[in-house]
Design a protein around this ligand. Structure first.
Ligand SMILES: Cc1cc2nc3c(=O)[nH]c(=O)nc-3n(C[C@H](O)[C@H](O)[C@H](O)COP(=O)(O)OP(=O)(O)OC[C@H]3O[C@@H](n4cnc5c(N)ncnc54)[C@H](O)[C@@H]3O)c2cc1C
Length: 379
């Protein structure tokens, strides 16, 4: 494909220094330190404006190597709906992107190229904006979400503020969903992650039919929520926002001559829009496998992941097509009454047939005709 090749040759070139690219770089440095690895990032620094979270139960067995990059761990989680609240005694973890970026930059600086936009790639070449080409035995595409023409989905959109308060907030757990707020623009909840006794991430989240996000209006609602808790903000350290697609139908497996990782792989949890569980499972496999076997080992693994994830879009159809926006929360309120191990399998994307029976059995909290129609819908 490319005729001009510079004298640069690597074992593995990773394109994109976000969550998945960074995790793969770190994993390879731990397990296969002799490999010549290069991570290429188009920005002057690695991705640093996100908070990436996961349940400990999302991790593959023996993923100890990840512990050095975890910013914070909570031993329990809480959800609070209008008619039901619950603590789950299960660990929750956060990787703060700016801390992860600093860790990678400090430890693996020689293996990272910043300010370097990639214009094209194939199985063994990467073309840079300056016209040069890098050659590699393995090329990994970790460039994040690709633009999708498919509009058959809902959205999880959110704005989060990292704030320091004038007084302690009193939280010692990850408050995953505070749904006791006006249900504007779909299923809406606050997500609170306490960092220190006075600092926390406060995020206003919407499961909406529309991608638009008015950051000023949401900012006012965050301020209202803080006031209602009796919390006064001393300073806002950082803001983040996102809009993740929640597909109504399973995505088709794409044929690619190189390995796609993270959001680029389109292997993510359809109901949360989260990529971490599938990404870490795939990376854990790669870093413990010799390079020459990556393609075949991953193909087999991905087939299993696809099969496990394939029913999740049906829940989105029930959520977005059968439930009225202001009643959407009831589907989740009912779900959270299920056993804790089922909830964990749901987040990991590893629901069993018996779990589906438990999720769907009984009277759904939406009109039955609409629920059945949404579950049976086809593209
Ligand atoms: C604010 C926010 C919070 C999120 N929180 C969670 C969470 O808690 N848990 C979870 O599982 N998921 C979460 N997600 C969803 C998803 O996991 C993230 O979007 C995650 O960052 C995806 O990782 P990635 O490596 O695929 O892409 P990214 O992290 O977006 O990284 C892609 C990188 O590639 C670089 N790049 C792109 N194009 C080029 C190019 N041409 N040349 C060179 N470099 C390029 C970009 O600059 C970027 O650094 C969140 C998303 C957002 C937006």
């Amino acid at each position: 494909m490319f005729d001009k090749v510079d004298h640069l040759e690597f074992d593995c070139v990773i394109v994109g220094g976000g969550l998945s690219g960074g995790l793969l770089l770190h994993g390879l440095k731990v397990f296969q330190p002799d490999l010549q690895v290069l991570l290429i990032e188009r920005e002057p620094q690695l991705s640093s404006h996100q908070t990436w979270c996961f349940h400990t139960t999302d991790l593959p067995a023996d993923a100890q190597w990840l512990s050095t990059v975890i910013s914070k761990k909570w031993s329990r989680q809480k959800v609070a709906f209008p008619d039901y609240e619950r603590f789950l005694n299960q660990e929750y973890n956060a990787i703060r992107a700016h801390e992860f970026a600093a860790f990678l930059t400090n430890n693996y600086f020689e293996s990272i190229r910043f300010n370097c936009e990639v214009l094209g790639l194939d199985a063994q070449h990467v073309v840079l904006k300056d016209g040069s080409t890098v050659q590699s035995k393995m090329v990994i595409d970790a460039r994040g979400w690709s633009q999708s023409e498919n509009k058959n989905h809902g959205y999880q959109k959110f704005v989060g503020w990292d704030v320091t308060l004038t007084k302690p907030h009193g939280l010692d757990y990850a408050f995953l969903k505070d749904v006791r707020v006006p249900q504007i623009d779909g299923y809406r909840f606050f997500y609170l992650l306490p960092w220190t006794e006075k600092s926390l991430l406060v995020e206003d989240t919407y499961y909406s039919n529309f991608p638009d996000l008015d950051a000023d209006a949401v900012g006012e609602r965050i301020q209202d929520y803080l006031n209602e808790q009796g919390w006064t903000v001393e300073s806002i350290e950082r803001k983040e926002s996102g809009c993740l697609p929640l597909p109504f139908f399973e995505s088709q497996a794409r044929r690619s001559e190189y390995i796609c990782l993270g959001a680029r792989s389109e292997l993510f949890h359809a109901v949360t829009g989260y990529t971490f569980p599938t990404t870490i499972a795939r990376i854990d496999l790669l870093v413990k496998t010799p390079l020459e076997k990556w393609t075949s080992v991953l193909a087999q693994h991905d087939q299993k992941i696809r099969s496990q994830l394939r029913f999740l879009p049906a829940l989105n159809r029930m959520l977005f097509l059968a439930a009225a926006p202001e009643q959407r929360y009831q589907v989740l309120q009912r779900f959270y009454k299920l056993p804790a191990d089922l909830v964990s399998r749901f987040y990991k994307g590893e629901l069993q047939i018996s779990d589906w029976a438990r999720i769907l059995v009984g009277k759904p909290p939406v009109a039955i005709r609409k629920a059945i129609k949404s579950l049976l819908a086809s593209r």
